[in-house]
Ligand binder design. Structure first.
Ligand SMILES: Cc1cc2nc3c(=O)[nH]c(=O)nc-3n(C[C@H](O)[C@H](O)[C@H](O)COP(=O)(O)O)c2cc1C
Length: 326
């Protein structure tokens, strides 16, 4: 079973992926946050930069596209093919209000008939392998029953399932039964995603679904960047955690404004990373900082001195801090 780093828009930038891979071995693939094709069918300079393979190489990167228009998807597929990519992922999971309102991301799950027409157009012409990342429905888990036969009709390279509905965002329990149903009925490789926060949870998944092609981990890796390293028999050590933090800060500071851009990016990361510290007030103290010059010494001091927990404490995550409409 392979273990991939989930795409997280605004967080898993090229810098973060490269610094993470250099510090924490073991991640099989890093997925790129979604790319929205422009009407002009041109990649922006920013999109091009994010798509450069760098030291990871294209085979360890999975580019993802968010669109409801098959023409846009096929354009993106050929542009990515020209850049040397061999797989493109379709986003059917994004729960953001603006995205769903436009009928994209999880909004594509509203009508299985429309989704079927979209997939038909895409699979009849796609120049590269197409994988799909999906939720199990828009409003209710019962919708999954109507979506499974649609997916089953196409030669999907791999289906990654986050077994929650759009309404559930990333909250509460996952519907593991819906995932098991897909594993039993779909003819192509399946990847599981959702609430894998410890090596023990990954082991339990592997034991309960032996045929799985893999799992994808997101927030668990932000809270404990060594999570996949540990799943593969490695350890987490404080020095590497500090090196990761400092190298990422250096890269961001070289390209972005400290207070206007680096600070909000690091706050988003620390919302999760603070769950690894025994010091429960860490996040409250960090989120109050208005300047990078105030935030950085506090964050570094916490990484150097605070007790690290054996596993990140996700029960402490304050969901009201989590923004999805970014
Ligand atoms: C801030 C944020 C941004 C995300 N951006 C993307 C994205 O660009 N594409 C995507 O498929 N999923 C995105 N996701 C969903 C994650 O890839 C993943 O499915 C989700 O975090 C659940 O997995 P986890 O429980 O391991 O964190 C995002 C999630 C968060 C919290």
């Amino acid at each position: 079973m392979t273990l991939d780093f989930a795409p997280m828009e605004g967080i898993t930038s090229r810098d973060l992926r490269e610094v993470h891979a250099a510090c924490f071995p073991g991640v099989d693939r890093y997925w790129l946050p979604f790319l929205s094709p422009a009407a002009s069918h041109q990649l922006t300079p920013r999109q091009r930069r994010d798509l450069e393979p760098g030291p990871l190489g294209r085979d360890r990167l999975v580019p993802q596209v968010l669109t409801r228009d098959p023409e846009d998807f096929l354009w993106a597929a050929s542009a990515l093919g020209e850049l040397g990519y061999r797989e493109i992922n379709l986003n059917l999971g994004c729960p953001s209000g603006t995205v769903v309102g436009k009928g994209k991301g999880a909004g594509m799950l509203r009508s299985p008939e429309k989704l079927d027409r979209f997939l038909e157009a895409v699979f009849s012409a796609a120049p590269l392998a197409v994988s799909v990342k999906t939720r199990i429905g828009l409003e209710a888990p019962a919708e999954w029953e109507g979506l499974l036969p649609v997916f089953a009709r196409y030669p999907i390279r791999e289906l990654c399932v986050h077994p929650r509905t759009r309404r559930e965002m990333y909250r509460g329990r996952v519907h593991f039964g819906a995932f098991a149903e897909a594993a039993a009925r779909l003819p192509f490789p399946l990847r599981y995603n959702g609430n894998l926060f410890t090596p023990a949870a990954v082991q339990r998944l592997e034991a309960s679904c032996p045929g799985l092609s893999g799992a994808m981990l997101g927030r668990g890796l932000l809270a404990d960047p060594a999570l996949i390293t540990r799943c593969k028999g490695g350890v987490r050590d404080r020095e590497t955690l500090i090196a990761f933090h400092e190298e990422l800060a250096a890269r961001y500071l070289a390209a972005m404004h400290p207070d206007g851009a680096v600070l909000p990016k690091f706050k988003e990361l620390w919302m999760y990373l603070s769950l690894l510290l025994a010091e429960e007030r860490a996040w409250k103290r960090l989120r109050k900082c208005a300047r990078w010059a105030e935030f950085h010494p506090l964050a570094l001091g916490l990484l150097r001195d605070a007790e690290l927990l054996p596993e990140a404490e996700f029960s402490r995550l304050d969901q009201s801090d989590v923004q999805f409409d970014q």
